[in-house]
Design a protein around this ligand. Structure first.
Ligand SMILES: [Zn+2]
Length: 319
């Protein structure tokens, strides 16, 4: 792996880079735990999800900050997408998150998405690679045609601790689709049992995992910008955390990034956050902690992080 390690990166990084990212999709078990239908309709955003995304975008903008959104292409089939156009018009970057929320690590066509298990005619006769490629390609197209938005980067649905390491085929496909970076890695860390108080060792494990969530360059030249733990999915859906636990962990992680001039790529879903954090406390907390750090840290979109990685890459002799 041709990685720019965290310590090598350190002399170049003048500031910690913090990203706030929102994946625009519906999430199973929200707003109530019995709801599973979203697995088949990831892009059919409900009203509170759209409102939360828009309101968070306004809160960040008022503070002079950006949120990096990732859009599932099927969102663009909805009758009204003014909210998304408004978000883009405020200057927030919006990336590609595939059309149907397909799993790029799948090895069989029907494994790519639940929708295709119920409706196999949609993928009939196509290979796994063809389905994934098409799902990415038409999302870029839909964003451009329907909303006038140029896709800013690509995030894989789901994350993997293996990232796209050894998957030069997918790396190359993303480069061919015009992406300079991908956000696909989610590092392993300890978890608490559902519904129990997370212990200090769990919080510590999450902070420690940030070292495995620093950006690096793949052999193909594609840049990886991992998702930083803990996501809202891991905290609220999987572990049943309460908001104060989540805020504590996020604060610890942002502070680690600031102290170490590292990267923190916060990941959440408005479809979960409108239920778990209706007052936008997490977004406000991140903005506050970064502001208090003065010139030691900045909130950026993921393309700015990729740019920093490119500058710090020893192989790049053009600098
Ligand atoms: Zn997703």
């Amino acid at each position: 792996m041709n990685s720019v390690s965290f310590s090598q990166d350190k002399p170049q990084a003048s500031k910690a880079q913090i990203a706030i990212t929102f994946d625009l999709e519906m999430s199973r078990m929200y707003p109530t735990r019995d709801v599973m239908e979203w697995d088949y309709q990831k892009g059919n955003l409900n009203e509170p999800t759209k409102q939360y995304a828009l309101e968070a975008a306004k809160i960040a903008q008022q503070r002079g900050e950006v949120i990096h959104f990732f859009c599932v292409g099927r969102v663009l089939e909805q009758p009204n997408i003014d909210w998304l156009k408004q978000i883009a018009a405020m200057g927030h970057p919006v990336g590609n998150h595939t059309y149907d929320h397909v799993n790029v690590w799948s090895t069989k066509p029907e494994q790519t998405q639940f929708r295709f298990q119920r409706s196999p005619w949609l993928i009939r006769g196509r290979s796994t690679a063809e389905i994934i490629h098409e799902n990415i390609r038409i999302t870029t197209l839909a964003m451009k045609q329907r909303a006038g938005i140029e896709a800013d980067g690509f995030r894989t649905p789901g994350g993997s601790s293996a990232a796209l390491n050894g998957r030069e085929d997918i790396q190359q496909m993303l480069l061919d689709e015009g992406f300079a970076w991908v956000s696909s890695k989610y590092p392993p860390h300890k978890s608490s049992k559902f519904g129990t108080q997370p212990k200090e060792e769990v919080f510590a494990s999450i902070v420690s995992a940030l070292q495995q969530a620093q950006p690096y360059v793949y052999p193909t030249g594609l840049i990886e910008i991992p998702m930083s733990p803990i996501s809202d999915v891991g905290a609220f859906r999987t572990s049943g955390w309460k908001l104060p636990h989540f805020l504590k962990s996020v604060r610890q992680c942002v502070e680690w990034a600031i102290e170490n001039r590292g990267v923190f790529d916060f990941l959440c879903h408005p479809s979960i956050m409108y239920v778990e954090d209706p007052k936008f406390e997490t977004v406000k907390l991140i903005c506050d902690v970064v502001k208090q750090a003065g010139d030691k840290a900045e909130i950026v979109g993921l393309s700015s992080i990729a740019e920093q990685v490119r500058k710090a890459t020893p192989q790049d002799t053009t600098q």
